[in-house]
Design a protein. Structure first.
Ligand code: ADE
Length: 257
């Protein structure tokens, strides 16, 4: 999978991309990340990539020419009409559709993705209208630019690709991948400061362990993210368990599960 990042801050990418799992994925040729400096596509003496907004008001706006030129220098003149599947050209912006595990899964199906990191108060609208094919926000808060969001997207998408994670079960059991939060994890020692690992996990009985994990997942999702539970695919057994938990709360008149 190939990512092309267009940014005014190329120096922020290498430290993260050269660490840990993404580093290994790059070395093994599972992903590649091209980081392209938009400023290199300016042609004036001072390499100006932003300008004041038409109509007045505060803040600066990213100019269209260097962004178009940078993207076209990598993807060709007509990125939408290249052979094969069109390369999505994604603008990272708080105005985009919200990035979720489902969006990461969707993007992981592409071979090649371009990411444009917005800076300043915004980008010239013609970039949105005539170049970009998708806009993504990583959440309802405003950052100083799209660089961290781009990195988050690269990270979340990369770990879904085959062989990127060391674990052969990969990302299957992740929180969110099944529409539920993950069950609690424990490792050695079996007792730490008097706090014991649940007995069931040490029982060696895999049917019991799986059932306990499923119930913990349901319980945790019910407590923390009831909105997710409404959309999750639940078996009859799951529903029974959840209803039982809700009834228990009602019965005991306690507000917390
Ligand atoms: N740029 C600034 N804030 C952002 C956000 N929340 N998501 C994506 N890009 C952004």
């Amino acid at each position: 999978m190939k990512f092309e990042v267009f940014t005014l801050l190329p120096e922020v990418f290498p430290p993260y991309l050269e660490s840990s799992i993404l580093k290994r994925a790059r070395e093994r040729g599972l992903i590649s990340v091209g980081v392209h400096n938009i400023r290199e596509h300016t042609h004036d003496k001072h390499h100006v990539a932003d300008d004041t907004p038409y109509g007045g008001g505060g803040g600066m706006v990213m100019k269209p020419e260097p962004v178009f030129e940078a993207v076209e220098s990598v993807l060709g003149q007509n990125p939408l009409q290249t052979t094969g599947t069109p390369v999505p050209i994604i603008l990272l912006t708080p105005q985009g559709r919200v990035f979720t595990q489902r969006v990461a899964e969707e993007l992981s199906q592409h071979e090649h993705i371009a990411l444009i990191c917005g800076r300043y108060e915004g980008v010239d609208e013609r970039i949105r209208e005539r170049l970009v094919t998708d806009e993504i926000s990583i959440g309802d808060y405003v950052l100083t630019g799209g660089e961290l969001p781009a990195m988050i997207l690269i990270d979340a998408v990369s770990r879904l690709l085959p062989r990127v994670l060391g674990d052969p079960t990969g990302a299957e059991d992740d929180s969110h991948s099944m529409g539920l939060l993950e069950y609690p994890h424990y490792t050695k020692p079996a007792e730490f400061r008097g706090w014991k690992v649940p007995e069931v996990l040490q029982s060696g009985n895999h049917a019991r362990i799986n059932q306990w994990r499923r119930e913990q997942s349901l319980l945790r999702t019910l407590r923390r993210r009831p909105d997710m539970l409404e959309k999750a695919e639940l078996s009859e057994k799951d529903i029974k368990f959840v209803e039982g938990q809700k009834a228990k709360v009602k019965e005991n008149n306690i507000s917390d599960l």
